[in-house]
Design a protein around this ligand. Structure first.
Ligand code: AGP
Length: 610
């Protein structure tokens, strides 16, 4: 999704802004631009393509120096990918420059209204409408804050804005509605950004804007207003991660770094959520009461988080005996909710900014349902709007393909299900203790899987030229098959399908021939024997099986062309131990195909549009 950076301070604005855009590259984009304020004149440079196109253009024909400006990376929604549609957009008389994350639903109506007032448009974007509407209102109102208040009232949809105002060389305006915006508070400088990652090199003191808020950011001060123009007080927070968290370090890609961070992430959550005194998550009496009073759970999430939700379903139903449904967020918000107040909605999200999942959360609350969020990013919209929050503590995840965040989500769902089972009397203290010992042993076992890196890279060499791969899993590892397939397709562009192993014979078996690699996830578990049968069905039709199985399993090894052994763990931990080799398989397939696994085409790290 698009990225916003604004700067006002002592430094060279162009370099601060271009470096800030590079920090946001991971979010996915297709064009980039910058606007500087130089002696009451706003100068804009923007280019379709990657940020280095913009930087090359700035090097070839430099802009005048300035200490104030805004910049943007655009992920095209309204209007194709071209220089003209890139942001920033100037208003007709050059009074304002605007960069925008989000979508203005009523931009066509507003554009027509402005055309009748003599405005013309050079781009196809909704953002240019915002710039001209603000200018139109400013020229009529004469006062900046009044013009802003009027403008935001006329806009329908989602918008995070950074605005340059030609007549004030010490002001960047930030506006937030349904798309994140953060102010970084520096020394004689202040930053505005859509993601704290761009602020981190300058300061860790930040203020998160809430929906319906405006910020006047100056070199030595920041004022906040609501959408009625009333001044408001905001509290500064301290970012809880460091700059190296947002850097690749010795790794060639963020995705590999984040796969390798998984033992540490698991250990962080064990430290935080597994104690001698139990329960830990449910020590929060309000959360415990909430869960004990619910007779049904609906999990709403997107993509990888949806797959974590599917694992959560198995765990919550198996151990805590609470009926659990899992819905794609984008479907959940459009179905009739046949529920009552004893239904709990759980929103799972790494970024906490996924528009579909935010919509699902708001839809649930509109129906009087309480929402528990399981999110990774503190202060994110989903964290702030939910009734309860459990953090997954995976740290910043930069790679578009979610890896460590997924493992952290599954780990938190596991702990929640086991604690709830214990509190409801389905697990004794000793049983819970025993399961937590296995959880504590997990990080070391994941390290042993990471040590298979080269072996998995070797297997990737065997499949990276193929056009189709099938993933099969059963029971608690059916979601593992779905997630393994998503990883492969989203970073290597190889078509991959995840299927329930038992369902494969009802149709997908027709796809199996001696050219089709079939990844079978079959660790020791209650589904083992049946999945061995499914594997026989594949092998007898010439399918090449790549099996993810428990160390020492000879039976499956004899059926497999390639074998990936993982350490033995109890069934409830198999989704974590078996996804790690599939993450590596996807990563190496992408690299072998010459694709940057951190920035897959067409995708964004946080999908903030519907
Ligand atoms: C996962 O690898 C994908 N990048 C994508 O499916 C992602 O999981 C989905 O967009 C949900 O994102 P969220 O967890 O931040 O809500």
């Amino acid at each position: 999704m698009c990225g916003i950076v604004g700067y006002v301070g002592r430094k060279d604005a162009e370099s601060v802004l271009t470096v800030g855009l590079q920090k946001l590259e991971y979010r996915g984009y297709d064009s980039a631009g910058i606007a500087l304020l130089v002696k009451n004149n706003i100068i804009v440079r923007k280019r379709a393509g990657k940020i280095h196109e913009l930087i090359n253009s700035l090097a070839e024909s430099p802009l005048p120096k300035s200490t104030i400006g805004i910049a943007h990376t655009r992920w095209a929604t309204h209007g194709g990918v071209c220089d003209t549609n890139a942001h920033p957009h100037l208003s007709q008389r050059g009074i304002f420059a605007v960069v925008h994350n989000g979508i203005i639903d009523n931009y066509s109506y507003l554009r027509e209204m402005l055309r009748q007032q003599g405005y013309s448009f050079s781009s196809e974007t909704d953002t240019e409408v915002i710039a001209n509407l603000l200018e139109y209102n400013y020229l009529r109102e004469g006062e900046l804050i009044e013009a802003l208040v009027k403008t935001v009232k006329q806009l329908e949809g989602s918008f995070a804005l950074a605005i340059l105002f030609r007549d004030d060389p010490d002001l960047i305006i930030g506006v937030r509605k349904d798309s994140p915006l953060v102010v970084g508070l520096g020394e004689e400088e202040n930053i505005l950004a859509s993601d704290p990652v761009a602020i981190l090199p300058h300061t860790k003191r930040v203020v998160y804007l809430d929906d319906g808020e405006i910020a006047f950011v100056r070199q030595n001060s920041v004022e906040f207003y609501d959408f009625q123009g009333k001044p408001i007080e905001k509290e500064a927070k301290i970012l809880d991660y460091t700059e190296e968290d947002a850097e690749k370090g010795p790794y060639p890609h963020f995705m590999l770094k984040e796969i390798y961070e998984q033992p540490k992430v698991l250990s962080t959550n064990i430290e935080r959520y597994v104690r001698s005194l139990k329960p830990v998550l449910l020590r929060d009496l309000n959360l415990r009461k909430l869960l004990l009073n619910k007779t049904r759970i609906i999990i709403e999430a997107a993509g990888t988080s949806y797959h974590a939700g599917l694992v959560g379903k198995y765990l919550l139903e198996t151990y805590a005996e609470i009926p659990t449904e899992v819905e794609y967020s984008s479907e959940f918000s459009y179905r009739k909710l046949a529920t009552d107040s004893r239904t709990l909605v759980v929103a799972i999200s790494q970024s906490g900014e996924t528009a579909d999942t935010i919509d699902g959360l708001r839809y649930a609350k509109k129906h009087g349902l309480e929402v528990l969020a399981i999110v990774n990013r503190p202060e994110s919209t989903i964290a702030r709007e939910s009734d309860y929050v459990i953090y997954t503590n995976a740290g910043i995840e930069v790679g578009v393909a979610s890896t460590k965040a997924y493992v952290a989500q599954v780990q938190v769902l596991t702990l929640l299900a086991l604690e709830l089972a214990h509190v409801k009397g389905f697990l004794t203290e000793d049983e819970l203790e025993g399961m937590m010992r296995h959880m504590e042993a997990l990080p070391k076992k994941v390290e042993r899987v990471l040590a298979l890196d080269a072996h998995i890279g070797h297997i990737a060499e065997r499949i990276y030229k193929t056009t189709n791969v099938m993933f099969l899993g059963r029971g608690i590892n059916y979601p593992t098959a779905l997630e393994g397939a998503l990883k492969l397709k989203e970073v290597s562009y190889i078509h991959a399908i995840g299927y329930a192993a038992g369902e494969m014979k009802h149709g997908p078996l027709a796809l199996v021939d001696n050219a089709l690699p079939v990844v079978v996830i079959n660790p020791r578990s209650s589904a083992y024997e049946l999945t061995v049968s499914s594997t026989h069905e594949v092998v007898s039709r010439g399918g090449k099986v790549i099996s993810v199985i428990t160390e020492g399993d000879r039976r499956m090894a004899e059926l497999s062309t390639h074998t990936i052994y993982v350490p033995e763990v109890p069934e409830f931990l198999t989704p974590i131990i078996t996804i790690v080799p599939l993450q590596l398989l996807a990563y190496y397939a992408a690299v072998l195909r010459g694709v940057d696994p951190d920035k897959p085409r067409n995708l964004a790290k946080s999908v903030t549009v519907r």
